[in-house]
Design a binder for this molecule. Structure first.
Ligand SMILES: *Cc1c(COP(=O)(O)O)cnc(C)c1O
Length: 356
């Protein structure tokens, strides 16, 4: 691969002043990384350049057939002015699994990490330092052939943009209300549910809006065949703390294999909890709740880290969980994960990497 070309911006943007007002994904830094692909040539022209709109042909394939994938991870302030990353290799390896499913050419993981590091060094002053803030990283690949025939594109654009983010929920680590979706489905086995393909999010929007109208912040998806087994929340995996175990749905191809999900399973097992991956039916959840044996429910994902669930609604059953309070395991996991990510506590699993 050629060297990364650097085209500095001539107009630095004003930096945010109040990190608590950042919200999520609304502010972007001065530069982005881009790289192109052409069949027969491979990836070429890696460049760090001013953040700016793209010019795309109106017939460009991604706009018509949605051949697009993305990733989401965060950079944190590290010790001694270093930049800290959490499990960065896992994100780019997952991006390649998404790419393979969507007939997008894979990227060289080592080169992608190197490109990200170069970009972060240019943008290091954009990493916010206040509690519960981070620099969100969004690598993306889109199909760019100007051609309306339905086939895999022969040209692509890979880009990485950066966004300083505040807490995902303005209210902080407050329990959320979740609507168990029993009509629409998100994914089926054999489909694209295990990928971060753009199409998965487009199909989820309607159910999400209808749930909001009923006063719920997100949807919990059931399996696409029987609408019986729990899958995941819009952009989070889900965990249930029952009396004797902490369970999350097993990965069967329709669920996104979250890196936070995997980290939570490993942390729980490291601490001696009985953490299991298995099929969980919505019936089982309702019964456990009725018996007082559903102690905690929480979502896991890069954006919110741990998101306690205070209420679940399935058809006419309204289940209040843990008196709508943050549970002790949810709080412990949030403190551990954010502690590791922000270098406040030791990193027993070797998840962090540091950039000078
Ligand atoms: C990104 C995402 C998650 C969470 O994955 P992390 O790697 O933990 O951020 C869960 N579900 C869906 C559908 C996602 O897109």
């Amino acid at each position: 691969m050629e060297d990364i070309q650097f085209i500095p911006t001539t107009h630095l943007k004003p930096k945010f002043t109040d990190p608590s007002k950042l919200g999520f994904g609304k502010v972007f830094t001065d530069h982005m990384f881009t790289m192109k692909y052409e069949a027969g040539k491979g990836w070429y022209a890696p460049t760090i350049e001013p953040y700016a709109p793209f010019a795309l042909d109106p017939s460009c394939m991604v706009l018509h057939y949605g051949q697009a994938i993305f990733e989401g991870l965060k950079a944190y302030p590290g010790p001694d002015g270093k930049i800290a990353l959490f499990r960065v290799r896992d994100n780019f390896e997952r991006m390649n699994r998404s790419a393979a499913r969507m007939r997008i050419p894979e990227i060289d993981v080592d080169f992608a990490i190197k490109a990200l590091i170069e970009l972060l060094k240019v943008e290091r002053d954009w990493i916010p330092r206040a509690k519960d803030t981070a620099l969100y990283i969004r690598p993306t690949i889109i199909a760019t052939d100007a051609h309306l025939g339905v086939k895999a594109s022969s040209t692509y654009l890979f880009f990485i943009i950066l966004s300083p983010v505040g807490p995902y929920y303005a209210a902080g680590l407050d329990p959320v209300k979740i609507y168990v979706e029993d009509e629409y489905v998100r994914a089926v086995r054999g489909g694209t549910g295990f990928t971060k393909a753009a199409c998965n999010y487009a199909v989820s929007l309607l159910a999400g809006e209808l749930a909001k109208d009923k006063g719920y912040s997100q949807v919990l998806w059931l399996d696409g065949v029987e609408r019986k087994y729990i899958e995941e929340v819009g952009a989070m995996n889900i965990f249930f703390r029952f009396k004797d175990e902490i369970a999350t749905p097993m990965l069967q191809g329709s669920i996104l294999p979250g890196i936070t999900r995997d980290s939570v399973l490993k942390l729980l097992r490291h601490k001696g909890y009985n953490a299991v991956e298995r099929r969980i039916s919505i019936q089982e959840v309702c019964e456990a709740h009725a018996k007082g044996e559903l102690l905690e429910v929480f979502g896991t994902g890069t954006a919110a880290v741990i998101s306690p669930v205070g209420e679940l609604r399935y058809e006419d059953h309204i289940m209040e969980i843990n008196h709508n309070q943050i549970g002790e395991v949810s709080q412990m996991l949030y403190d551990e994960l954010t502690g590791i990510q922000n270098s406040r506590i030791p990193d027993p699993m070797g998840w962090m990497s540091y950039i000078d």
